[in-house]
Design a protein around this ligand. Structure first.
Ligand code: ADP
Ligand code: F6P
Length: 473
């Protein structure tokens, strides 16, 4: 079996059992994938150094080998906070209003991709499979090709891919996409993002897309497909049965004294629709005063990308909104929104999910959303909670038995909260059984196997099967 060289912006060194959970779908998924394969996970340590040296910090923890580099403050500013999180992230989440175009960001992005390529190059052996992740590193494959790397290389994008007309607002968009075509495999979370990408290469680059969704480019075949990421189902359901999970469940249940719990768990990011979610809950409280004292929203939202102004802004907005809603609806001994800004160990999180009658997952735009899948996996199948899921999360293409909502419509979400709270046990069980089957079957192992198979390049995909992948789920 070939080794895997996984490359991503951030590397999450596996933590001791019980430590606060890795935050972010990518970290959670890759730790589990690397345990199965020999290989190395390479990326940024998350640390700053005064001057870039390219020094590799190699570590082996919990069966995963990691190699990390430190970056200079200017790199972090222009590449991570700049081009990745002030340009590409908002643009890829359809937030052109928040997208900033700055030539220094673009230069920093290219410089850091060069630094990544030069640093990882000595680690790549001839038979290795190279698997690059996410929007931070779109041009990395083409830089590695320029340095003579002939290995099979794939890119998986964890975010949405924007519509062509939005992407066309990005200066040098053609160059960025052309660089992506140096990979052998391009993976997207859903058929929706895949279709947007294929639309772009046809309309903006005049390329032909074959029936199997491959693209012929400069004499090579580039495979583009949807690979919906899943959770580590076995690990998560195990965690949900642990004493730690039971303890968390009991503490939360007893603290609400018989009230129903709605739970939200998200990085504090404007794409997650937290403001709209709070307003929807407030609307439910106003529309149903008879039930208003019976439900509590627990929102867990660890801070994210705090050096970026739009993230500081969303944090302030949410603090204000929480104060405002609690001020209007709280009573002696009852606060409707519990807003918590910290991370929790996975078992504890599983206990909280299980204690909640409703999982409220309402991003305005999301590549996939693993929280929705974790919520389903943590439920008691004999008395499951109800998942309310945004129609704009990639997960909605698979989790069709959730109550799908338009997160922009406060009325719609408020009515759906009411419907979920009143849902009879038989319907809850019926919906949950189908959701669980999907989450169990399309787990992170399935995702990794499918991607690696495509990367190895020995699979035979029937024509058109890519676009039915999500439909069949
Ligand atoms: P994203 O990748 O945009 O952050 P996902 O929903 O796909 O969104 O993945 C988020 C991951 O981070 C999930 O596995 C979730 O459990 C984890 N996570 C989010 N918030 C917390 C928290 N407060 N404590 C522990 N884990 C968290
Ligand atoms: O899933 C999107 C993503 O950007 C991942 O790549 C990353 O692990 C996660 O969100 C957390 O983001 P950051 O590394 O910027 O904290």
């Amino acid at each position: 079996m070939s080794r895997l060289i996984v490359i991503s912006n951030r590397v999450s060194v596996p933590k001791a059992a019980g430590a606060a959970g890795a935050q972010g779908g990518l970290a959670v998924a890759l730790n589990s994938a690397l345990r199965e394969h020999r290989g190395i996970w390479f990326g940024w340590s998350g640390q700053e150094t005064a001057e870039f040296t390219g020094h590799l910090d190699m570590q082996r923890n919990d069966d995963v080998t990691t190699a990390t580099i430190d970056l200079e403050p200017q790199d972090i500013d222009e590449y991570y906070n700049g081009y990745a999180n002030r340009t590409l992230w908002p643009l890829f989440h359809y937030r052109i209003d928040l997208t900033e175009y700055d030539r220094n960001f673009g230069e920093g992005y290219e410089r850091v991709n060069e630094r990544f390529a030069a640093s990882v190059l000595p680690l790549i052996e001839p038979d290795d499979l190279v698997w690059v992740h996410d929007y931070h590193l779109l041009p990395l494959g083409s830089i590695l090709r320029g340095k003579g790397v002939k290995n099979r290389m794939g890119l998986f994008l964890h975010t949405p891919w924007p519509p062509t007309r939005l992407l066309a607002s990005l200066p040098f968009h053609e160059r960025l996409v052309a660089s992506m075509l140096e990979y052998d495999v391009l993976g997207f979370q859903t058929t929706e993002w895949l279709e947007s990408f294929l639309h772009y290469v046809q309309k903006e680059m005049g390329l032909k897309v074959n029936l199997d969704n491959s693209i012929d480019y400069k004499g090579r075949k580039v495979v583009a497909r949807a690979f919906p990421i899943g959770i580590d189902f076995a690990e998560f359901t195990e965690a949900a049965k642990s004493d730690e999970a039971k303890e968390a469940y009991n503490v939360l249940k007893s603290s609400v004294r018989g009230r129903k719990i709605l739970i939200g768990v998200d990085r504090l990011d404007y794409s997650k629709g937290l403001g709209e979610r709070f307003e929807s809950f407030a609307r439910f409280l106003s529309d149903h005063p008879e039930q208003a004292g019976d439900a509590v929203l627990l929102q867990i939202a660890p801070p994210s990308r705090g050096d970026v102004a739009s993230y500081q802004q969303i944090r302030e907005d949410l603090e204000r909104k929480t104060g405002h809603i609690n001020g209007a609806h709280a009573d002696v001994g009852f606060v409707p929104i519990r807003y918590v800004n910290r991370g929790y160990p996975r078992a504890q999180l599983a206990g909280y999910y299980r204690a909640a009658e409703i999982g409220l997952v309402t991003p305005l735009r999301d590549g996939m959303n693993l929280v929705a899948k974790e919520y389903v996996a943590a439920q008691d199948p004999e008395d499951p909670g109800v998942l309310i899921l945004s129609q704009f999360a990639g997960a909605a293409l698979q989790l069709k038995d959730a109550l799908l909502v338009n997160p922009h419509s406060v009325e719609h979400v408020a009515e759906t909260i009411k419907r979920a709270l009143d849902m009879p046990l038989a319907e809850r069980k019926r919906r949950h059984a189908r959701l669980l089957a999907s989450v169990r079957q399309e787990d992170v192992i399935h995702w990794r196997e499918q991607f690696v198979k495509a990367l190895v390049g020995n699979e035979k995909e029937p024509a058109g099967s890519d676009l039915s992948q999500n439909e069949a789920a």
